[in-house]
Design a binder for this molecule. Structure first.
Ligand code: FES
Ligand SMILES: [Fe+2]
Length: 447
């Protein structure tokens, strides 16, 4: 059997008794008042991801993160540390920079004040014309707190927010065997979607929809709720761990090629060596662990030596409150993040990043049909006007989720909306809304 990794902070994410039973009110999906409350009480408090650390290798490198109407700059300092600032000039608030870049200093495009990337003012026009005193040495950009974990650059606008590692608790410990900081972002897509951002929070907090929406997945990942493990954590995060083998109840017809056969063959296992389907699913899964253990390091996956048997094959899917999900597998990570539109509660942005562990040459991304070149991807922005706008991403599981988003938004606006009638395996959905309610009521966990 596979070894089971549970964390002492995990509570059963499939037991509705671990929620209060707060109602999931309808207006949260479209009202501007809700949107404003989320900004006031949640987005200005949580830790956000601005980008990847390897976007800023050298002093002077900086990245810009625009979030709703706010914008933040994170810059690499001469001593190697990172500092972050609101992207607003200290003179009269002009936005300083609009895109990522690398400069020794930032010169404001309005009146030319020159800012060091450490936030101090280097020079200004007519410095002797300020009766209140020379601004140099006096005025600074306003700081935001910055930290890193997993190769991601994080910041928070809240001086009182818990430290990043506490905020993420216990995921850094749960994923300690994975060298995420070494990963290469081989796909970097942002899609504007016509729905409230919480569509994705709800969607990633349950796998109940996958059998209907993603029928291609159960033959390679066992998405049965009775074989999966559901976890919820005190800070609002959650996980589901699904077995990296076919579901026994979603078998493809005997005369059709089984997608798990490709996985087995990729690791030098003959699918014909199993007498029955059950045998292939269950014994094949164990054989796959052994094959990955044996062959992984010589194929360039050096970190396989650190991974447990569970981590070699299973499909753990973590949802970081409020707006990040990631599937961390042995060969790579699918990373998803969704953010609200700046002023329309019925639109959001969906980020799709594929991260790969650096091995030589080409690699094949998880759950995709195509080999992807092992190099940092360029930024690719789309507007979802229909599946044709993202047709080239049809191999991504989230392609099918996006197709559901407009219809979900329509239902949230309907007079036919009812309190959701949740399955036990959807417990994390209610839990998400309860943590959201706690933030909006001024009682975020851990503050
Ligand atoms: S607003 Fe930046 S120099 Fe005036
Ligand atoms: Fe989905």
């Amino acid at each position: 059997m596979t070894d089971i990794i549970t964390h002492p902070l995990a509570i059963d994410g499939k037991d509705p008794r671990n929620t209060r039973g707060d109602r999931i009110s309808q207006d949260r999906y479209y009202s501007r008042e809700w949107m404003q409350r989320e900004w006031d009480h949640m987005w200005t408090r949580v830790w956000h991801i601005a980008g990847r650390e390897n976007q800023l290798p050298d002093p002077g490198d900086y990245i810009v993160h625009d979030f709703m109407h706010e914008s933040v700059i994170i810059a690499r300092q001469a001593d190697g540390s990172l500092k972050g600032f609101y992207n607003a000039c200290g003179h009269r608030a002009q936005k300083l920079v609009h895109t990522n870049g690398s400069q020794d200093s930032w010169t404001c495009p309005y009146h030319g004040w020159e800012w060091s990337t450490d936030g101090s003012l280097l020079d200004a026009c007519d410095r002797d014309d300020f009766p209140q005193g020379d601004p140099v040495g006096k005025i600074r950009l306003i700081d935001v707190r910055v930290d890193t974990w997993g190769g991601f650059v994080w910041y928070t606008m809240d001086d009182k927010a818990p430290p990043l590692l506490k905020y993420l608790e216990p995921l850094p410990e749960v994923y300690k065997n994975f060298p995420f900081e070494t990963m290469v972002r081989v796909r970097w897509v942002r899609v504007e979607i016509p729905c409230n951002w919480k569509f994705s929070s709800d969607n990633f907090n349950e796998s109940y929809h996958t059998r209907t929406a993603h029928p291609q997945v159960p033959p390679i990942i066992d998405q049965d709720h009775f074989t999966s493990r559901f976890e919820m954590f005190p800070m609002g995060h959650a996980r589901i761990i699904q077995m990296g083998r076919p579901s026994l109840r979603d078998r493809v017809p005997e005369d059709q090629p089984h997608p798990f056969d490709d996985t087995l063959r990729a690791w030098e296992i003959d699918p014909a060596s199993y007498a029955t389907y059950e045998d292939k699913a269950m014994q094949g899964w164990l054989d796959l662990k052994a094959a990955k253990r044996r062959l992984g390091p010589q194929r360039g996956y050096r970190h396989f030596d650190q991974l447990t048997d569970e981590e070699l094959t299973e499909s753990p899917f973590g949802v970081l409150f409020p707006n990040i999900a990631f599937g961390a597998g042995a060969e790579g990570m699918s990373f998803f993040r969704w953010e609200p539109h700046r002023d329309d509660p019925e639109k959001c942005y969906f980020d799709l990043w594929e991260l790969a562990f650096p091995i030589d040459g080409q690699y094949r991304a998880r759950l995709t049909e195509f080999a992807v070149e092992m190099k940092e991807a360029d930024y690719d922005f789309r507007i979802y006007s229909g599946p044709e706008a993202v047709a080239d991403l049809h191999d991504q599981v989230v392609f099918q989720d996006w197709a559901l988003a407009p219809g979900q938004q329509a239902g949230w606006r309907s007079r036919g909306y009812q309190e959701p009638y949740l399955a036990a395996q959807e417990t994390r959905v209610r839990r998400f809304h309860e943590v959201l309610n706690d933030y909006l009521d001024g009682k975020p966990p851990g503050w």
